[in-house]
Design a protein around this ligand. Structure first.
Ligand SMILES: Cc1cc2nc3c(=O)[nH]c(=O)nc-3n(C[C@H](O)[C@H](O)[C@H](O)COP(=O)(O)OP(=O)(O)OC[C@H]3O[C@@H](n4cnc5c(N)ncnc54)[C@H](O)[C@@H]3O)c2cc1C
Length: 337
């Protein structure tokens, strides 16, 4: 692979490549179909002096209207079973695979372990970036290892779970944004499978259970709660659930003793960002071309023709209002690129 063999697309249109449907163009775009092309695109960016950013399925980003650089879309494919023993199944997928298709593929084979994470939009490569999670599970629970390109050294590196420093919606890949490109992910699905029914909404599932039954319930719940981004463009949960000290949570819990809160191992507690926003009276808010979903207070929506500035203005208003009402700071989950 030579640097010049990269197929750079000028004036790359990203409007259909982000779930918020923001009108967005990049000076150049490139589809990354082989791991070699990652090395090549970094070399090209350096050679040309242009900034470079990585995009997967565009489901956790707020894209600026115009980007004066190269947008590299990770589109590598491939998935396989590496080991199937009495203790576990080791599965691997390329970063550009669609996450939900990967989940469904494991479930179709009777493998359990990631069925609670079904229906999350985006790619396999982005899953460890914010340690995706839903319905009482997160990708770190079954993580084995991943291979990423390190732009600082120009070499490939294999990461263990400890290397990734996973936390709630966080990892080294998010903290050191721009440095690593995840190329492939390995998950270790434990055997025998035990359903994870900790989350309310799954607890009443009746035996006999299998991963497919749990996945079907998860998909049903997701469909009933979240607006479909294909109909109402959005980026899923727009704010992280704030993890705060008990002193910080005290005013909320004193005023609302039944406010949702989830004690953490470190003595802090996790509050519900959606609940805080709803109690602040912002559910269904309309602000210019952006708004808050009437179905879910955590979901910021594009009302049509919104751009990143509209989304940022709405987010700032929500953060200021929740802080004024409860003294709690919210942080955006999507990345402004
Ligand atoms: C309707 C809806 C529901 C959602 N529900 C959930 C949910 O339940 N739980 C949850 O955790 N998330 C959820 N999300 C958020 C989103 O689906 C996840 O964060 C997903 O992992 C993003 O994948 P992506 O490929 O679209 O990443 P992008 O949006 O394309 O990128 C996100 C970030 O990751 C970086 N990135 C992308 N690919 C790579 C790579 N290969 N290597 C290194 N960096 C990379 C990008 O540079 C960017 O910073 C939801 C989103 C939507 C729209």
């Amino acid at each position: 692979m030579t640097v010049s063999s990269l197929d750079l697309i000028p004036d790359f249109d990203l409007s259909a490549r982000n779930t918020l449907a923001l009108k967005s163009r990049s000076r150049f775009g490139v589809m990354i179909e082989t791991p070699d092309q990652v090395t090549a695109v970094f070399a090209r960016a350096e050679e040309s002096g242009l900034p470079l950013r990585i995009l997967g399925g565009g489901s956790n980003v707020v894209l600026s209207s115009g980007y004066e650089g190269i947008t590299a879309v990770v589109a590598t494919t491939g998935r396989r079973v590496l080991e199937d023993t009495e203790e576990h199944v080791l599965v691997e997928a390329a970063a550009g695979e669609v996450w939900h298709d990967f989940v469904a593929w494991t479930v179709e084979q009777g493998f359990g372990g990631i069925e609670n994470l079904a229906g999350i939009p985006g790619t396999v490569g982005a899953a460890p970036v914010q340690n995706i999670g839903a319905y009482g599970a997160e990708v770190a629970d079954v993580f084995d290892s991943l291979v990423a390109y390190d732009a600082e050294t120009g070499a490939l590196k294999t990461f263990t779970a400890a290397d990734c420093a996973f936390a709630y919606r966080d990892s080294i890949f998010k903290r050191e944004a721009g440095r690593y490109v995840v190329l492939s992910l390995r998950l270790r699905l434990p055997k025998p499978w035990a359903p994870n029914l900790r989350f309310a909404g799954l607890a009443d599932l009746e035996a006999p259970l299998d991963p497919a039954k749990v996945m079907a319930r998860v998909l049903g719940l997701r469909g009933s709660k979240l607006p479909d981004w294909r109909v109402t463009p959005n980026a899923g949960s727009f704010f992280q659930n704030p993890i705060v000290t008990l002193a910080e949570a005290a005013p909320v819990l004193a005023a609302f003793p039944t406010a949702p809160n989830f004690p953490q191992a470190d003595g802090r507690t996790k509050l519900s960002a959606g609940w805080l926003i709803e109690q602040t009276g912002l559910k269904g808010l309309r602000m210019g071309r952006a708004g808050i979903s009437e179905r879910h207070a955590l979901v910021v929506i594009n009302l049509g023709e919104a751009d990143a500035d509209d989304i940022a203005a709405l987010a700032a208003h929500v953060k200021a209002s929740v802080r004024a009402r409860f003294g709690i700071a919210l942080h955006e989950e999507p990345i402004f690129l």
